[in-house]
Design a protein around this ligand. Structure first.
Ligand code: ADP
Ligand code: MG
Length: 187
């Protein structure tokens, strides 16, 4: 892929953002890119917000049960103090971080790191989620993934909440959310 080829010889680092709805394969894609970095003998550090304990405290786990170890952090700033000698920094569930993540990602790229960030671009109301708009604006590369709409089988970009809670953050899986396309996402 052009990201691995063209950018590997750059002096500065860069930021990749993987976005999309729930079940679109963001965590899978993040794990795939990080595994390839490990194969290339790069040192990898992986972070997730401490708040997200759905599957496991110290692991990223995709809906398809792909796993990798991850360091839980309370804030975006904490990432800077924990990267040690890593060349590649992976961050999952970026929507749960504060806006400082935008500055932290830029700083890591300036230090020469490859920064790969995955997160929900929209919340359950279809509104931009947390620091994601700023990350998408400042990224060098963006990948928008789609899930399968659970009503019509089309391309889903929305995470529809099937329960009636109205807080922005409700940690959950298939018992709380389903992927839906624009037409089937009726609020
Ligand atoms: P994300 O991190 O975007 O929530 P994951 O990478 O954890 O997604 O999971 C993607 C996997 O979820 C798919 O490979 C598939 O096995 C499963 N899956 C469950 N529901 C759907 C759906 N509606 N559309 C696509 N994949 C789904
Ligand atoms: Mg995920």
């Amino acid at each position: 892929m052009f990201i691995e080829q063209g950018f590997q010889n750059q002096h500065s680092g860069w930021i990749e953002v993987i976005c999309g709805s729930m079940f679109s394969g963001k965590t899978e894609e993040l794990i795939r890119r990080l595994n390839r970095s490990k194969i290339a003998n790069m040192q990898v550090a992986i972070f997730k917000p401490a708040i997200d304990t759905r599957y496991h405290e110290h692991q990223l786990v995709s809906h398809d049960a792909k796993k990798t170890n991850a360091i839980p952090v309370e804030s975006a700033l904490e990432i800077l103090s924990k990267i040690e000698t890593a060349d590649v920094i992976g961050i999952d569930e970026a929507q749960f971080f504060d806006d400082q993540l935008i500055e932290v990602a830029a700083q890591l790229a300036k230090m020469g790191k490859r920064v790969i960030i995955a997160g929900l671009d929209m919340d359950y109301l279809g509104k931009p989620y947390g620091p994601m708009p700023g990350l998408l604006a400042t990224a060098n590369f963006i990948t928008k993934l789609h899930a399968v709409c659970m009503k019509c089988g089309g391309l889903a970009g929305y995470s529809y909440r099937i329960t009636n809670q109205d807080e922005q953050l409700v940690l959950g899986e298939k018992q709380h959310y389903e992927a839906r396309c624009r037409n089937c996402f009726q609020l």
